[in-house]
Each structure stands twice: as structure tokens, then as C-alpha cells.
Write a protein of this length. Structure first.
Length: 473
């Protein structure tokens, strides 16, 4: 038996055709889903990337492991935390990764006999074709013995730069994405987070004025990723290991494409970011063509693999084995999921079949009420906050969330990070100080025109006084 675990960074579920999207972004992923099991209600545990992958590999919520934040300078992952690659290596599998998460935190290399990192020290993402080539090369050399291979694709992460021919099919022919008469991007360009995304995103795309152009480029990235997965999967067929290779595909988080004033990024505990694809296919061990509708989370992957390989651990695990669902007919004890984030903003939430409750500790660069309550069964876009309309229900959710955090100990690991400043707010402060402006000054009047002049041209004599209008959520 072989296991290939593929992380599809920043892939939101509703942009896959097999999850209901009306555009042909994922023809091959749809095929894989039909050959295995698709989890319709899969959710993140913690976001974004660092904490999501930590939870994936240790099967624990961040509140339990202590790793709750992306970008925080943690000294190390506690040694008493179980770690999937280490356990699989002890079980006799050859362990390998095609990944560059090691550049974020050193513990991501734990347990791997082979670790292929193609990224330079300051590179944020790697092209999908390069990831595929490295994975294929490794497979051709090591497929004769049982293995565990972790493959991390950065597509469709921003800055949305698919090769030519991929995104054009998703953008109207003849439409000018740089039309200076359009002002649909003004809210994004004059957002508090603009200085960060100017360098990491906007400058790489040109003077875009049409948000739909970025959405099309995102779809193009998804379509490009689909081709990479096809090549990887066809290699399994060529090597004769397709039948007995367990393929697990999931995202670390989704992506907001302007929803809730989050512009092409992955923060906020709203559906575009927390609802993720999860697909499992193992021709020799899992019946084909299934769809699971129960709530599952990333932390469930580890105990599912452990059960398949009969691995026992004395270390605590928060996730649940998915085998009762994969086998069909088993009782599933989870009727809700718990959500957490701590990077651009700090928040926790609860999602049930009917509701989502969100409690924000620090809104960071965003404008958020301290508490949000949505009847997602009737309001899937999460646009009508029911906090005032249903105070009793909101109060019960608040008590439940406090009790959930308290079970991991007297000290909440998120609070010191909030008190010392959120990682990405601190990064924003650093970026602004490089051009002689404080975070507090920028907060009072964010303006693209002003920042662009300060960072790359003559500084205007007076800062613009008109503050961009920002609506509610």
C-alpha cells in the first residue's frame, strides 16, 4: 500500500466542477472524485497555511497543540505532538515530500526520509509543473517499495499567474481588464492591506480595473492545477501502482475573491475560505462513486491513515477516523466543526448544519463586529448578521466556544499573540515604516495614490483627504 497526500493550497471548494461550479475548471479532478469518495462538507480546522498543515500532520486543533498562528515566531513544535510522517516512517513506509513549508517552520521536514524543496530562500510559491516533475521523478525512483509521498501545490495561490491559455477561457473575449474608466477595484486598492498586496500581487498583474479578471485568473490557476494532477495520476498508471495507491486530495484553506471585503486572500472564517475540497481514492480499499455529507475536518486525515495501517499512538489526537464514513453506514458523532484563524485577524467560530457563529478577538486590517451569527442554511453568503435578532442563540454559541477553548488548558495560546500584535499587522507596520509612515497614520487614511507615491515616486505635498467608503458585511 502506498499513500500520496496532496495539499492544494488556496483551493476553495465551490470552484471545482465536482463541487457544483458551472465552469469546467476541474475535468480530471472530477474523474478522480468519481473513482473515490468526495466529502461535500469538509472544513478547515485552523487557517492559514502554517497552522492548517500543522493540524493536518498532527491531527490536533491549534488550541490543543499550541500552534494557532501563521507567521508567529514559534521556537518549535512540542515534541509530545504526534506527527504523521514520523509515524509512517516507523511503520516501514519510505517517506518523502515535494514541498517548501520547511522555509516557514522547520518541523515540516520531520519524519521525511526525502525532502525535495525547490524554492529559493525568499520564494513564496513554486510553479505547479515543477512540483509535478519533482514528484514524478521521485516516484519513478522509489515506487517499488511502500511509500508515503506528500505533494504541496501552491496553485491556485495568488498572484494568479497561470501559463497562457488557461485563464482566457474564463474571461469574456474583447473585455478590457485595464479599462481606466472602470473603478471596480478602488475598494481593494484603497484597503488597509494594500501595501502588502501591492508587492505580492497587484504589481505582478498590472493596472487591473476589473475584479472579474482576477477571478478568471484564479479559475485559470485551478484549471492548470487540474492538468498537473492528471500528469501525476497518469504516472501511477504507468508505474502499475494506481490500484494500490491511496490518493488523498485536500486544500489547506480556500480563498476569498472579494467576499466580505477580503480581496483575493484567505482570512476570515467565512465559507469561501473555510469550506474546502477533500477527495479520497484507493481502488483497492475504498468503494468508488461515494459522496459523504457529514462534517469532516483536516485533522481527521491523520487518524484515518493510522487506522488503515493499524498504527496506535499514546499521544492525543483530536481528529476522528473517517473509515465509518468511507465504509458507509457508520455512525458519525460530529454535528458541528470548530474554526480558528490568527494571522491577518484573530477569530474563532462554530459551524453547524444551520448556523455559523464567529467571535473576533482582533479584526486586524478589517472592519468586523466582535460577534457574528448567520443562518447559513438560508443565508449561504453570510450577509445578514443575526446577533441582535437571536441573542439567546448567540449567547449559547459563545458559551460553547469558551468551553471548547478552556478544555485545552487555562492559557489560550491565541491571546499572547493578539496582545503582542497580529503577525500580518506587524508585517504591515514594517512595510509602512520602510517608506516613513506608521501603521496608526496609515489606518487613519489608507490611499493607493498616496502609498504608491511614497514607495515608488515623488511624495504628494498633501495626503488625500477623502477616505474610501467601506460597507458592512
Amino acid at each position: 500500500m502506498n499513500i500520496i497526500l496532496v495539499s492544494l493550497d488556496t483551493l476553495r471548494s465551490d470552484r471545482l466542477t465536482c463541487y457544483g461550479y458551472d465552469k469546467a475548471t476541474t475535468p480530471y479532478l472530477d474523474t478522480i472524485a468519481s473513482q473515490g469518495v468526495r466529502f461535500a462538507e469538509a472544513y478547515v480546522s485552523d487557517i492559514p497555511t502554517e497552522v492548517a498543515h500543522t493540524g493536518l500532520f498532527c491531527g490536533r486543533w491549534g488550541a490543543a497543540s499550541g500552534i494557532v498562528s501563521h507567521g508567529h515566531p514559534y521556537p518549535a513544535l512540542p515534541k509530545n505532538v504526534t506527527w504523521l510522517p514520523e509515524a509512517l516512517r516507523r511503520a516501514g513506509l519510505t517517506t518523502a515530500a515535494v514541498d517548501n513549508l520547511y522555509q516557514l517552520k522547520s518541523w515540516f521536514a520531520r519524519g521525511f526520509r526525502y525532502y525535495v524543496n525547490m524554492a529559493s530562500p525568499h520564494q513564496r510559491w513554486v510553479d505547479g509543473a515543477d512540483v509535478t516533475q519533482e514528484a514524478v521523478d521521485w516516484l519513478r525512483q522509489h515506487y517499488r517499495t511502500p511509500f508515503f509521498l506528500f505533494v504541496h501545490y501552491w496553485d491556485p495561490h495568488s498572484p494568479y499567474l497561470p501559463p497562457p491559455g488557461y485563464f482566457e477561457q474564463f474571461y469574456p473575449s474583447g473585455r478590457d481588464p485595464f479599462d481606466p474608466a472602470r473603478h471596480d477595484m478602488d475598494r481593494a486598492y484603497n484597503h488597509l492591506a494594500y501595501p502588502f498586496f501591492k508587492h505580492h500581487h497587484y504589481d505582478l498583474l498590472g493596472p487591473v480595473t476589473d475584479p472579474e479578471y482576477l477571478s478568471a485568473r484564479y479559475d485559470g490557476e485551478v484549471r492548470y492545477l487540474d492538468d498537473q494532477l492528471q500528469r501525476l495520476d497518469q504516472t501511477l498508471v504507468e508505474l502499475g501502482i494506481w490500484q494500490d495507491t491511496w490518493l488523498i486530495l485536500l486544500a489547506d484553506h480556500g480563498e476569498s475573491l472579494t467576499e466580505h471585503d477580503i480581496f483575493w486572500d484567505h482570512c476570515g472564517l467565512y465559507q469561501p475560505t473555510v469550506h474546502i475540497p477533500l477527495i479520497m481514492r484507493w481502488p483497492a480499499g475504498i468503494p468508488a462513486g461515494g459522496t459523504v455529507s457529514e462534517f469532516v475536518q483536516q485533522i481527521d486525515v491523520l487518524p484515518t491513515i493510522y487506522e488503515a495501517l493499524e498504527i496506535s499512538t499514546a499521544e492525543p489526537v483530536d481528529g476522528l477516523s473517517l473509515w465509518p464514513l468511507l465504509a458507509g453506514g457508520g455512525r458519525w458523532p460530529r454535528d458541528r466543526v470548530y474554526l480558528s484563524e490568527c494571522a491577518w485577524q484573530a477569530a474563532r467560530g462554530i459551524r453547524t448544519a444551520s448556523y455559523k457563529y464567529i467571535e473576533t478577538l482582533d479584526a486586524g486590517v478589517y472592519e468586523r463586529p466582535p460577534r457574528e451569527l448567520y443562518r447559513v442554511s438560508q443565508d449561504p453568503g453570510e450577509t445578514h448578521n443575526l446577533i441582535s435578532a437571536e441573542p439567546d442563540l448567540a449567547g449559547r454559541f459563545a458559551e460553547e466556544l469558551r468551553a471548547w477553548v478552556a478544555q485545552w488548558g487555562e492559557s489560550d495560546p491565541m491571546l499572547p499573540i493578539v496582545q503582542n500584535g497580529l503577525p500580518f499587522v506587524r508585517r504591515m507596520d514594517q512595510i509602512l515604516r520602510e517608506v516613513g509612515v506608521s501603521w496608526e497614520t496609515w489606518k487613519r487614511n489608507p490611499s493607493r495614490q498616496w502609498y504608491d507615491a511614497m514607495s515608488g515616486g515623488p511624495i504628494p505635498e498633501e495626503q488625500p483627504t477623502k477616505k474610501p467608503t467601506r460597507g458592512g458585511h
